[in-house]
Design a protein around this ligand. Structure first.
Ligand code: PLP
Length: 399
């Protein structure tokens, strides 16, 4: 079957919740993707920040195949070796005390919210708690995660969602302070906003929010699902600041491609929130998913992924700055490491389609922002190749 035939079948059977690009991908290798017709693409999306190690990494594939031959799933009523190893490694990598494995990012956020609410409930027995979240945030599509997502269009049809959520302006301390009261149980935010448009939290903001939380026994939940796992130049971006979240979330890159996520917490929160019977998941932390996490963390270390992000991320920043300086339609350039965005004064859909035509995979973050989320193993020469295609796409669409 050809591309059109597959797409026709897809469009008559899949629920139409995405407007998809007209490509059927078949396989990947390194930082390259190939569609079913054999066309090669340079990938600057990595499946939205998932494929951190690049495609078709033998050691990773072998670890998964090996686990498939042993056992895919047991149940959380028993222990399994991959989850023991993954838990030990991930808590160390994240500088947190305890972890609960989930199957996705949204589920990690759900668990984080439940832990925060239970912690507050244990303290005062009240059901009237509030959570402060940020405008332009994105935390996922399930009802709890959606409730703290700062985009009204995503929430509107599904309200009322969970407990009272108030939205503050990101990077604006006064706006956070104005919302804090004695019912506030948690402040949740991304350390670098992704879907909302690639906005990094400033040092002053993240440290300021941490201080408010600490002074008022409010739990700080940092969502590092997109910006974490090395993408912004540290294991998790909060490691770059003088803060300690009470709870944090990860997903996307943590499994290197397998659907998995996790929420992690400090011992203090663990000891005063969720207990046996409060939370669970049939699949969460199953042997296949945890074998993927375990191997991903090994490869982060042996391949010096963080060093590469810092080196190539700086180069990408310089090169995108040059692009930004040569096109009047580009109004801003933001981001960190291998998570950057160019904001245009108009929609970027044409640019993305033109780049795809030329064999470069890019994605947007909001209508006007072009997002760069390459596999974390990219080289400077991959950046050069990307910039050359990007410029020719910008010229052809008269950006
Ligand atoms: C992608 C994302 C989520 C949701 O993860 P899913 O696996 O799609 O449920 C939550 N928070 C952030 C910051 C994300 O980027």
């Amino acid at each position: 079957m050809n591309t059109k035939e597959y797409i026709d079948i897809a469009e008559s059977h899949l629920l139409h919740t995405y407007n998809r690009y007209q490509i059927v991908f078949d396989h990947g290798d390194g930082v390259k993707l190939y569609d079913i017709e054999g066309k090669e693409y340079l990938d600057f999306v990595s499946g939205i920040g998932v494929y951190a190690l690049g495609y078709n990494v033998k050691e990773y594939n072998d670890a998964l195949k090996n686990q498939i031959d042993k056992i895919l799933h047991t149940s959380n009523y028993y222990y399994n070796v991959p989850s023991v190893k993954a838990a030990e490694k991930l808590t160390k990598f994240a500088k947190m005390d305890r972890v609960f494995f989930t199957n996705s990012g949204a589920e990690a956020v759900e668990g984080a919210i439940k832990a925060a609410i239970k912690y507050a409930y244990n303290k005062d027995g009240s059901h009237e708690h509030e959570i402060i979240a940020m405008e332009h945030s994105f935390h996922g599509r399930t009802c709890g995660a959606l409730a703290v997502t700062g985009k009204q269009a995503y929430r509107e049809a599904f309200e009322p969602l969970i407990c009272d959520v108030k939205f503050a302006d990101y990077n604006n301390m006064d706006s956070v302070k104005a919302l804090v009261n004695n019912r506030t149980c948690a402040i949740i935010m991304e350390t670098l906003q992704g879907e909302g448009g690639i906005y990094p939290a400033s040092k002053e903001f993240i440290e300021g929010v941490y201080k408010i939380c600490k002074d008022n026994d409010i739990l700080l939940i940092l969502d590092e699902i997109q910006c974490g796992m090395g993408r912004s130049g540290a294991n998790f971006r909060w490691h770059l600041f003088d803060v300690q979240p009470d709870i944090m979330t990860t997903a996307k890159a943590v499994g290197g491609g397998v659907p998995v996520g996790a929420f992690l917490m400090t011992e203090k929160v663990a000891a005063n929130s969720l207990v046996a019977g409060d939370h669970g998941s049939t699949y969460g932390g199953n042997p296949l998913a945890c074998a993927a996490i375990d191997k991903t963390l090994d490869l982060f270390e042996s391949k010096h992924i963080i060093d590469n992000v810092n080196k190539v991320g700086d180069y990408l920043y310089k090169k995108l700055d040059e692009v930004a300086a040569s096109y009047d339609s580009i109004v801003d350039h933001r981001g960190a490491g291998c998570m950057q965005g160019l904001e245009f004064n108009k929609p970027v859909a044409d640019i993305i389609n033109k780049a795809l035509e030329k064999g470069l995979v890019l994605i947007n973050a909001g209508t006007n922002i072009l997002r760069f989320l390459p596999p974390l193993v990219i080289t400077e020469s991959d950046v050069d190749q990307m910039i050359a295609i990007l410029k020719s796409a910008l010229d052809e669409v008269k950006a």
